[in-house]
Design a protein around this ligand. Structure first.
Ligand SMILES: [Zn+2]
Length: 290
């Protein structure tokens, strides 16, 4: 059964480790991530963006797929299905579809007051269904149309106002960005993280754009209050690299080598391995039901 992400993240915050939130890209990706969680006995958050959700048949199809896989893969660890960067309407659709967790990204709204108002409404709707909710303060930078921003930093006062609405965990920019980090990236801003943590207390914090941040910075962020780390790009690169190598090896030209279940298997195995590597780094190994 899918669970909300509240309990697993509160335990992670108290225990100074983080739970990985891995984006789904298709059915086999989901299988690979669940296998990684079960083999490491780690809790896991599977998250779906609007685009990937549509690619996989829509939110209702996503929720049914994951719920059925928990049974067919005999999962014994806690699994949450989370909407990544939802709009207000997207959150309503994910709640209706049976997601166990949602993120409302109010940083895209015209002003902070709109973010505050919509977050307050969605907290009530989510909690009425036992669903956890993540909110966001300040944008997370990223590479769009070839332009990479430095990575915004959230205002601790605004974080406190959103936290007080009863959200279960909070995404806040601390210099992190989505996608591949540029060579001249300045690193995570730990003074900003400390100020936000001071303002929001034990509320679990979320680090978006977790791919490509050096391990020492990841560990320091976890020690200072980050309890959920989003990973997508690194799994995608691991999949692409393994798939390219397999096609270059000539295996695909052998009898039945063209079977998609065979020719894409090395890529999906690479996703599982990458997720296990991240779970070990984040410290959630063996924390399945702790
Ligand atoms: Zn994000």
């Amino acid at each position: 059964m899918l669970v909300s992400a509240t309990d697993m993240l509160q335990k992670a915050e108290a225990g100074h480790y983080a739970v990985g939130a891995f984006n789904l890209n298709n059915l086999e990706w989901t299988t690979s991530l669940l296998r990684a969680a079960e083999e490491t006995q780690s809790p896991i958050i599977l998250q779906v963006s609007k685009g990937a959700g549509a690619h996989m048949g829509g939110f209702k199809c996503n929720a049914l797929m994951v719920a059925e896989m928990l049974k067919s893969q005999h999962m014994t660890v806690p699994v949450a299905l989370h909407l990544d960067h939802g709009t207000y309407e997207g959150c309503l659709a994910a709640l209706d579809a049976g997601f166990s967790s949602i993120m409302y990204d109010g940083s895209q709204e015209a002003d902070f007051e709109t973010n505050l108002k919509n977050t307050a409404e969605l907290v009530k709707l989510a909690h009425a269904q036992g669903v956890s909710i993540e909110a966001e303060v300040g944008g997370i930078g990223g590479t769009e149309d070839g332009v990479t921003s430095r990575g915004e930093c959230a205002d601790p006062e605004e974080c406190k106002r959103i936290a007080d609405l009863g959200v279960d965990f909070l995404a806040c920019g601390i210099g992190n960005i989505h996608g591949v980090y540029p060579d001249d990236w300045e690193g995570l801003q730990f003074d900003v993280l400390a100020a936000i943590k001071e303002a929001v207390g034990h509320l679990p914090l979320v680090l978006h754009g977790g791919s490509g941040i050096p391990d020492d910075q990841i560990k320091k962020a976890i020690q200072n209050g980050v309890s959920k780390i989003n990973v997508n790009t690194e799994c995608q690169i691991a999949f692409a690299d393994a798939t390219k190598a397999h096609f270059a090896s000539g295996e695909v030209d052998k009898p039945k080598g063209f079977d998609p279940r065979k020719c894409l298997k090395p890529g999906f195995d690479a996703v599982c391995d990458k997720a296990k590597e991240k779970i070990a780094l984040f410290g959630s190994e063996g924390k399945g039901w702790n």
